[in-house]
Design a protein around this ligand. Structure first.
Ligand code: SDX
Length: 428
């Protein structure tokens, strides 16, 4: 017997259906509310509003659980590879040996980008932010691969576009980095797996064969897995709503990259390192900066802390924090900002302000420390977040299309001027 709830408006009782998810989450289905009552709901920031039913990622913010297609993030980060997790998110099941081999081969076949795209790279000012470049370059892929624009997308069209986007993202991201250094770009090599190929194009040199440290490959796989999806966050919701207008995958993902750029979202990983560096330059007085974060008259926020849905430890932050110590030790790096980050976490988690508001370290708090240890400049951190989130955006866009969801178009409550008559400019 399906569950319902009652809503009483002007002494009239309405029955609304309740939806229960496979992890026992409950929702009131209000899809008929306006037809029934003339009312809409208002939920600025969608803090209480579900936008869809999804089978891709489940998270429980109160307990700190994150699962991709039912698999706990701890198991995937500890035992899987980023390409295997990408396959799992996009196609819904862990691949067999033959399937992952075929997936890797298809991707390797498409890692080159059209040589004319180099003109775009040359057009950007050398100090332009990598996220602005990435947004433009990903959207430009639709100009070179018109099958993505077919109004009726066959399964083959969609699969080819997905493979091309996964493949070319690594080349574009690594070339943005090389261009920022004024270095010649490095071309992909089919002998490498997905992550190693990306690192080869990023840290490789034209003049000699650079051996990519397996420690770096393993760390990159873990970081990319941890960023791969996170249900209906700001950038993923952007990808879904842009895709709901039947815009192509490249432009939908480009819009997601723009949303991710903001410092309240993916841009936080860059903001965390800049914050830690500022605290270090200021003498490392963490108490002073915690006080600033609590002061309502001070715009300073503890970047990398707090989360819209996690009201407990972000499970990804736990894994990254542990990986920080391992990787810095293996690479023989002693980074003072790691100690500052640990002190900030220790002080904040004992402070009533943070405890009352359930503010914990999120995925961005420690990730920048590892990216820096791996050799990436700060401005590349959010691009690396986008590289990791790409399979999640693709999976969510694909699910929205397969479910034939309608174009997204929220309602509003109008609070502006009423009954205005036009006045000629001479009389204003
Ligand atoms: C990501 O959604 C996702 O899943 C995102 C993500 C993903 O994988 O896609 O997990 C990735 O975006 C992680 C979040 C990265 N952003 C940051 O680290 C930026 C710093 N954090 C915040 O600005 C904030 O916590 C948000 C944006 C993450 C969440 O903001 P909310 O849910 O809108 O909460 P809020 O701003 O209303 O804060 C509630 C209270 C407020 O105090 P009061 O008005 O109740 O007194 O907590 C305070 C806030 O001032 N607060 C902070 C704080 N975060 C919240 N105070 C100091 N420092 C902070 N970092």
């Amino acid at each position: 017997m399906s569950q319902t709830v009652q809503l009483i408006i002007d002494n009239k009782t309405y029955e609304l259906p309740v939806i229960t998810g496979t992890e026992d989450e409950k929702a009131i289905d209000i899809s008929k509310l306006r037809d029934l009552t003339g009312y809409v709901t208002l939920d600025i920031g969608y803090k209480n509003t579900g936008a869809t039913k999804s089978a891709i990622t489940f998270l429980d913010g109160e307990v700190g659980i994150l699962k991709y297609r039912g698999y706990p993030i701890e198991q995937l980060a500890g035992q899987s590879s980023f390409l295997e997790v990408a396959y799992l998110l996009i196609y819904g099941a862990l691949p067999s040996k033959d399937q992952i081999k075929d997936f890797q081969a298809k991707i390797n076949h498409h890692t080159l980008i059209h040589e004319d795209m180099k003109k775009f790279f040359d057009g950007f000012p050398s100090n332009s932010h990598p996220m602005g470049q990435l947004t433009a370059l990903i959207s430009s892929l639709s100009a070179f691969y018109p099958e993505s624009l077919n109004s009726v997308q066959s399964k083959e069209d969609v699969d080819l576009t997905i493979i091309k986007l996964l493949a070319k993202m690594t080349t574009i991201v690594s070339w943005i980095y090389k261009k920022s250094l004024g270095h010649p770009v490095i071309y992909p090599q089919n002998k490498y797996d997905y992550v190693t190929n990306y690192l080869h194009m990023t840290f490789g040199q034209r003049t000699e064969d650079v051996v990519i440290d397996p420690v770096v490959v393993d760390a990159m796989n873990v970081l990319l897995i941890l960023h791969a999806d996170h249900e209906q966050n700001c950038s993923t919701s952007t990808v879904r709503i842009v895709g709901s207008s039947e815009a192509n995958l490249y432009s939908s993902v480009s819009a997601g990259i723009s949303a991710l750029w903001g410092p309240l979202h993916g841009g936080a990983n860059q903001a965390v390192i800049e914050m830690l560096e500022k605290i270090k330059a200021d003498g490392g007085d963490t108490d002073k900066w915690i006080a600033k974060a609590k002061d309502k008259n001070d715009p300073f926020r503890l970047m990398g802390f707090g989360h819209r849905v996690y009201k407990n430890f972000d499970p990804r932050a736990k894994i990254i924090k542990k990986a920080c110590d391992d990787i810095l030790e293996k690479l023989g790096i002693d980074d003072e900002v790691l100690e500052i980050a640990k002190r900030l976490e220790e002080v904040a988690l004992k402070d009533p302000y943070f405890i009352e508001r359930k503010l914990y370290p999120n995925v961005d708090f420690y990730s920048g420390i590892i990216y820096r240890a791996l050799g990436f400049p700060t401005e590349m951190f959010t691009v690396l977040f986008a590289l990791g989130r790409l399979p999640g955006w693709i999976a969510q866009w694909k699910e929205m299309k397969e479910n034939k969801e309608p174009i997204g178009r929220p309602r509003q409550i109008y609070v502006g001027a009423v009954d205005q008559d036009y006045v000629d400019i001479e009389k204003r």
